[in-house]
Structures are given as structure tokens and as C-alpha cells.
Write a protein that binds this ligand. Structure first.
Ligand code: CU
Length: 471
């Protein structure tokens, strides 16, 4: 894996300069643009454009934007489809397929009206194509293998060229052996900035795509035939606590762009604020069609751009609201043990397995605290250390950090929020009065037709086969 060019990420303007056209000869311009490769899974600073029309660059969560070269007024990008190694979070790496060293591939950022030329080199063991999801373009540039073009065979390079007609939030992915290639991590964002930088301006513009993988603990390669029972729910092929926080300065306007390439919907939820859906992969929404939400459901294949004014300081949780999607591998087939008395069982099992521990008798929070020994190359189901203790999360979870003293354009993690005195929930230590309880089980219900013995039902979640299917 090439890491030699990782250095370009440390200086934002340097990235564009590395491929600037001014000093390059005609011969060189006729050749393929040298592909930019990088393997760092951390969030790269925004790629500030130094050629072409100006725009306000986006920040790809745990990702990066692909530098281009300007060739006679055409923006040229070079994507290389290839096997990559992706760290999902410290302690777990997966063998995926991606583009230019990473899964997701680099974000393509262009401006409405740009003519773009995208070179796609296939270094995979099988054929591929790239479909530019949501973009208006000539039919033959749509990237559907067999339908609009021949497949790109291993070792071959194809060229896609079109004028970008509409600004908005789009993505790219293969339209060849899709089930396998998307399950292996092939995707990226395609952002078209408006021609007028003053159109719907924001101070922070973040983006990521939701994906899911099934990687058995201790193994490295996703099971590509899985349809529903995934165990790693990711933002840009990363899981909590491996997902970087998003940061903003108090009072800034923030946009978050979210795409969904999993096979189920994800209600994405932000604490502390209400936001509006300002865009989809069909374009910007009309102002009259917007309303306040704190959760937006991103359905399969869709993209959503949401915006809010970051005027409440703090560390605000941001996550998928399906509770199984904020968990990592392991434990999806556990029986519910809440309320089961294990006292005798543990003693008996300990004679056979000395370190045996019974879990889940009082819920499963124990698991986050104990950090039990786990197989190599997997992650605890719920983990992450916050300033007050274990966060008990995994998967699709991160934090929106809003600070008064964050500098404009500074994306560095400011650390944990320092709460003002008297603004943190605290333990009550006085005497407790008897709490008010209702003993009515529903006074408005109809009487039973037949009188019978009353049975108390103990609620038990479904487990085992089928219990976790159909997220
Ligand atoms: Cu979800």
C-alpha cells in the first residue's frame, strides 16, 4: 500500500498544488494524471481549490477529497479501483475493495458548470464500472456495465467525461457485480458545489455514507452474500469509537450530508438541535417544503443534506436511532438474561471453565465496563470512554462538538466539553418521597368477554434465529 503521498494531507493548499497544470508539459497532459493514493483513515482537512471556480470545500468524515489537474479547462481526476486495508476502529482492520487506497474512495468535489474527465483504472481481480449516482449526464456516461458501456476489465482504464449541470449531494459506486463490490466497500461521495459560493452558504460542511459489513470476529474479509444480518454498521467504513467527531464554532451554520448504501433505512438523529433537510440526491429542497426535525430517515440508496445553526455549546451525540446500529460485532444472538438468577449456574460452570462469567443479568452495560477478552481483529460490542465513564456505543455513533472558542476553519478535536457549574445532571442524596404511580391498567378498555385467571406476562425480546433479521 502506498503511503508516500500521505504527507500532502498535512497542508491543505499543497494538495491542489501537487497536481496544478501550469508547469506541466503537453506530453504529460496527454498522459494519465498520476493517481493520488492515501491510506490514512482519519478525517483530512478540507481541500481548498487553487484552480478552477472558487467554492467552499467539504470535509469528508474519516475520508479525503481527490485532488485534480486542470487540463485545458477540464478537471481531470484519476480513480483507481483496488483492494485496500481499512481500519474500522483501532484494533480492527478489514480487507476491502475501494479506490485510491481507501474505502470509501476519495470524495470528488466539483462546481456546477465544470467539465470533468474521470479516468477509472481497474486493479481489481474482476471487471467493474462506476455509476455517478444522481447526476444528470449523457446516457453513455452513466456507468451501468452491459447497459451503457462494456465492463472495465482488470488492468484497463476507462474515461468518463461530462459537464456537471446541477449542484447538490451525490455519490459514486460500481454498477457491475454490485452485490459483491458494494459489500466490499466500493463507494464515494460526489459533491457538486453551486456556481455562486453565496448560494446557501454554511461555515462547516460535513459528509459521509452509511454502509454495513458482515465480518466474523477474527476474520478480515466481509461475507459478501449477507443480505440482512450485518455486524458492523459504519459511517464511511468506520465504527464508533473510530469515527472522528464533527466540530463547529458556536453560532456557525453547519451542513451534514448523509448517503445510505446499506440495505436498510437509518433514522439519523442529532441531539441538542433541530435541523432541516435542505437537500437530497435530487437537488436542493424548496424552502416552503422544509420543516424542523431532530431525526431524518435516510432510506436505502438515498442522500440527505441537513442544516442547523450551532448555537448550543456542548458535546452532542449524533447517531443512527436503530439501537442495534450503535453496536459493534459480537453478541447479536445473545439470549436476554435480565431477571434470570445465575447464582448456581456460575458456580457449576466455573468447575469446568475457571474464568466463566455470566453476563446480562442486570442488563448488558456490564460488558462495556469489563472490556472482556475478545478474539483478535474484532471490536467490543459497546465501547468508548467518555469524560464520565464508558459511552456504551459502537457502530453508527459520533459526537458533534460545538465550542465558543473553536477557531473558524479549525477542525481539530477540542477535547471534552467543560460544562458550566450547575449544568450537569447530578445525584440526589436527600430522602425520597414515595413516587406517584398509576395502578390502573387502562380504565378505558373494554371488559373481557369471559372471566379468567389473570396472568402476568414477562416481556422477553425475540432472540436466536430471526431475532436480529430484518433491521
Ligand atoms: Cu441504522
Amino acid at each position: 500500500m502506498t503511503t508516500s503521498r500521505r504527507g500532502f494531507l498535512t497542508g491543505t493548499a499543497a494538495a491542489g498544488a501537487a497536481v496544478a497544470a501550469s508547469t506541466v508539459s503537453k506530453v504529460a497532459m496527454a498522459a494519465l494524471p498520476e493517481p493520488v493514493i492515501q491510506t490514512n483513515p482519519l478525517t483530512a482537512p478540507p481541500l481548498v481549490p487553487n484552480t478552477g471556480r472558487p467554492y467552499n470545500p467539504m470535509v469528508t468524515l474519516n475520508g479525503w477529497s481527490l485532488p485534480w489537474r486542470m487540463n485545458n479547462g477540464v478537471k481531470e481526476f484519476h480513480l483507481v479501483a483496488e483492494p485496500v486495508v481499512r481500519e474500522f476502529a483501532p484494533g480492527m482492520k478489514a480487507h476491502l475493495w475501494g479506490y485510491n487506497g481507501t474505502s470509501p474512495g476519495p470524495t470528488i468535489e466539483v462546481v456546477e458548470g465544470d467539465r470533468v474527465r474521470l479516468f477509472v483504472t481497474n486493479k481489481l481481480p474482476e471487471h467493474t464500472t462506476i455509476h455517478w449516482h444522481g447526476l444528470r449526464l449523457p446516457n453513455g456516461m452513466d456507468g451501468v456495465g452491459g447497459l451503457t458501456q462494456p465492463h472495465i476489465q482488470p488492468g484497463k482504464t476507462y474515461v468518463y467525461e461530462f459537464v456537471v449541470r446541477r449542484s447538490g449531494t451525490f455519490k459514486y459506486h460500481p454498477h457491475a457485480d454490485e452485490m459483491v463490490q458494494m459489500a466490499m466497500g466500493m463507494y464515494g461521495m460526489f459533491i457538486v458545489h453551486p456556481k455562486d459560493p453565496k448560494f446557501m452558504p454554511v461555515e462547516r460542511d460535513y459528509g459521509f455514507i452509511l454502509t454495513a459489513f458482515d465480518i466474523e470476529p477474527g476474520s478480515f474479509t466481509p461475507r459478501v452474500s449477507e443480505m440482512t444480518n450485518f455486524n458492523l454498521w459504519t459511517f464511511n467504513s468506520r465504527v464508533f469509537p473510530g469515527i472522528d467527531p464533527m466540530v463547529a464554532k458556536l453560532g456557525e451554520r453547519v451542513r451534514i450530508r448523509i448517503g445510505n448504501l446499506t440495505m436498510t433505512n437509518h433514522p439519523i438523529h442529532l441531539h441538542g438541535y433541530e435541523f432541516m433537510v435542505t437537500g437530497t440526491d435530487g437537488g436542493w429542497t424548496r424552502e416552503s417544503a422544509r420543516w424542523n426535525e431532530v431525526t431524518t430517515d435516510v432510506a436505502v440508496g438515498q442522500m440527505r443534506a441537513v442544516e442547523f445553526l450551532a448555537d448550543e455549546p456542548g458535546d452532542w451525540a449524533f447517531h443512527c436511532h436503530k439501537s442495534h446500529h450503535t453496536m459493534n460485532a459480537m453478541g447479536h444472538e445473545l439470549a436476554t438474561m435480565i431477571g434470570v438468577d445465575h447464582t448456581g449456574i456460575a458456580k457449576e460452570v466455573n468447575k469446568l471453565i475457571p474464568d466463566y462469567m455470566v453476563m446480562g443479568e442486570r442488563g448488558m452495560a456490564d460488558m462495556a465496563e469489563m472490556e472482556m477478552p475478545i478474539p483478535d481483529n474484532t471490536l467490543p460490542m459497546m465501547t468508548g470512554q467518555g469524560p464520565f465513564g464508558p459511552v456504551e456505543m459502537g457502530g453508527m455513533f459520533t459526537v458533534m462538538k460545538v465550542r465558543a472558542d473553536q477557531k473558524r476553519g479549525d477542525f481539530k478535536d477540542p477535547g471534552w466539553y467543560q460544562h458550566p457549574k450547575g449544568e450537569v445532571a447530578y445525584e440526589f442524596t436527600g430522602t425520597l418521597p414515595e413516587p406517584a404511580r398509576s395502578f390502573s391498567a387502562g380504565g378505558q378498555s373494554m371488559p373481557l368477554a369471559k372471566k379468567g385467571k389473570s396472568v402476568e406476562m414477562r416481556v422477553r425480546k425475540p432472540t436466536g434465529n430471526g431475532g436480529h433479521n430484518g433491521h
